[in-house]
Structures are given as C-alpha cells and as structure tokens.
Design a protein around this ligand. Structure first.
Ligand code: DGY
Length: 320
C-alpha cells in the first residue's frame, strides 16, 4: 500500500503528476483559502505525511490528531508555525524549504527597501488618484539608497543574499547575528555590530531574523528610539519580531522615517490596521518568495522530502 499524504492547499496536478507512484494524495481543494481547522484535524487522522503552509499551526492538538504521522513538510523556510520539539519527541520529521527561495526573497526584500525609500507606491497612487499636474523639484522626493548604510539583523542565507545586492549599490554593510560570519565579512566587507550599535548607525534596518523566544518583539519601543530619525525599517522575516504598536508610534511621531513590511503579527493584516493607513509605510501581503518559479521549487522540495522520508530515506532539508 502506498503511504497517504494530506496537502493543506490545492496545488497544480501537473506538479503532483511525477509523484503519483510514491503516495496517495488527499488535498484541500481551494487554492486561496486555508483548510478549516476542524476539517484539517479530521483529514490527518490516519495519514503518513502532511504537506502544510505557514498558515497551519502544527501543535500538540494537530500531532494528537495525526497518530500515524511520520513527516510534516512545511512549505516555507521559517517554521515558527510548528512545535518542532514536540514533533521530534513523537518521532515526526519536520522539513522546510531553505535555499530554493533565498535569491527570490532577497530580491523582494531589497525591492521593498527601495520602494519605501523612493516612495514608489505613493508615487504610483499619486498618478492613479489624478494628482500629477506638474513636475516639481521636490515632488515625492525620497531617500537615496546607494552609498548608504544597511544594517541586516539576522545574517542567514537570505541576509547574505541581501548584502550582496547592497554591495552592488555601494552600500556599507553592517550585520547582527549571534555568531560572526567570517566569509561574509571577507567577501562583502560586512561588519559585525551589536544590536543597539547597528540600530544607531544604519540608514536601513532590515529584519531577516527567524521568530523564536529570543527574537519575539525585539524591534520594540526602545529599538525604534535607537534608530536614526531618517532610518527606514524593513521587515521580511516574521511580524512577531516587531512590537507593531511601538512601530506605529515611531512612524507617527517621526522617530523613524518609514517602514517596508512584508510580514505582520497577524496575517492577513486588516486594511483598517493603523500601519496600513500610514503614508510612510509600504505593506505587502507576505510575498517574499512569491515568484512562480520559486513557489514551484518550494512545492517540489516538500514533495521530495515527503517521498524520501516515506520511503525510509533521510529527509533532504530536515529542521534540526
Ligand atoms: C518563508 O519561507 O518562511 C517565507 O516567509 C514564505 O515564503
């Protein structure tokens, strides 16, 4: 008998086709809507593997419901939606999708930084709203990016890919991580800084840290006070690393100049949320890795991980 897997969102048949021999699939049939929790808990009772998205919470309740489970393949590099320790205690392998999304996410992060600094969304709305009557010397004038200082908090693979882009723009590169990255220092001229020092010196503070107990709300009132009043804050990691009330306050009283946000504490963020209404904020709906090619590679990596583990092999990209 083939192992059974449950896929928590509709994915194209053409991608599933090559895996038909490896498993029997069950799948939530909607592409743009998450599977309701009660349906999910019912569907996973006897499956061997689950392919899930970051919108699914894999907690004790989930693991209790899936008593036959051997692997959870998460379609994201981040895995803060999964209680990894509990899964491992029960002998369930957890996998994520590193590497395949690095460059795509770095593109978006750098683009979001540029869009915020150069007020691109506001400028596009300016035309759409019929406001463009004249060219003027300071019309929608923003901040330069080239030759400024970028401060990357969380220098993993994506952080380094953002740093490479920054180097091309002649930027000075500061970074903050627990352990120094000597290769990045040599190749990119990146300089390690303490968190507070980095906040003081950077023109662009870019968050790429994973969300965990140590990083939750690390960008808080105090952190924003340490930043330059001309600083632009960019978050492409997880909304939970930011105290959003403190960010709204910092943006409203011009303690910092602007923010580019691809992630939020609660997603999807309500259009009524104060962050969404601020002119000096660019908001995106968590699209860091969203190029069609990369999303396909992420899906394939999940399926490859499921196939490996369910045929008795090692996972390709296990979360340790
Ligand atoms: C991730 O992979 O963790 C992103 O946030 C979603 O692509």
């Amino acid at each position: 008998m083939k192992p059974v897997i449950y896929i928590t969102r509709k994915i194209p048949e053409t991608i599933l086709q090559p895996y038909q021999d490896a498993f029997e699939f069950r799948m939530w049939e909607k592409e743009n809507e998450p599977v309701p929790r009660d349906v999910l808990l019912r569907e996973i009772t006897s499956v061997d593997g689950v392919f899930c998205l970051l919108s699914e919470k894999v907690d004790r309740e989930f693991l209790d419901a899936a008593s036959n489970l051997k692997i959870v393949a998460n379609m994201a590099v981040g895995y803060d939606n999964i209680d990894v320790e509990e899964a491992h205690n029960r002998g369930v392998t957890v996998t994520n999708t590193p590497d395949v999304l690095t460059e795509t996410t770095a593109d978006l992060t750098f683009g979001l930084m540029m869009a915020t600094a150069r007020r691109m969304v506001e400028a596009s709305d300016y035309i759409r709203d019929g406001n463009w009557k004249y060219w003027s010397p300071y019309l929608l004038a923003g901040s330069d990016i080239h030759h400024k200082t970028i401060g990357i908090v969380g220098m993993g693979r994506i952080g380094e890919a953002v740093a490479r882009r920054a180097k091309g723009f002649g930027m000075s590169i500061l970074y903050h991580t627990r352990t120094r990255k000597e290769e990045a220092e040599q190749e990119l001229g990146a300089v390690h800084r303490g968190f507070t020092e980095l906040l003081h010196e950077a023109d662009f503070v870019v968050s790429l840290v994973p969300l965990n107990n140590e990083t939750a709300k690390m960008f808080n009132e105090e952190a924003f006070k340490h930043m330059k009043s001309s600083a632009i804050f960019v978050n492409a990691s997880r909304g939970g690393v930011v105290d959003e009330d403190a960010l709204v306050e910092a943006l409203t009283v011009n303690e910092i100049q602007g923010a580019g946000l691809d992630v939020f504490a609660n997603e999807p963020i309500s259009p009524e949320h104060p962050l969404v209404g601020l002119d000096n904020v660019v908001c995106l709906p968590h699209i860091g890795s969203a190029s069609a090619d990369t999303r396909t590679k992420m899906i394939e990596l999940c399926l490859d991980n499921l196939r490996a583990v369910l045929s008795g092999k090692d996972a390709i990209t296990p979360v340790r």
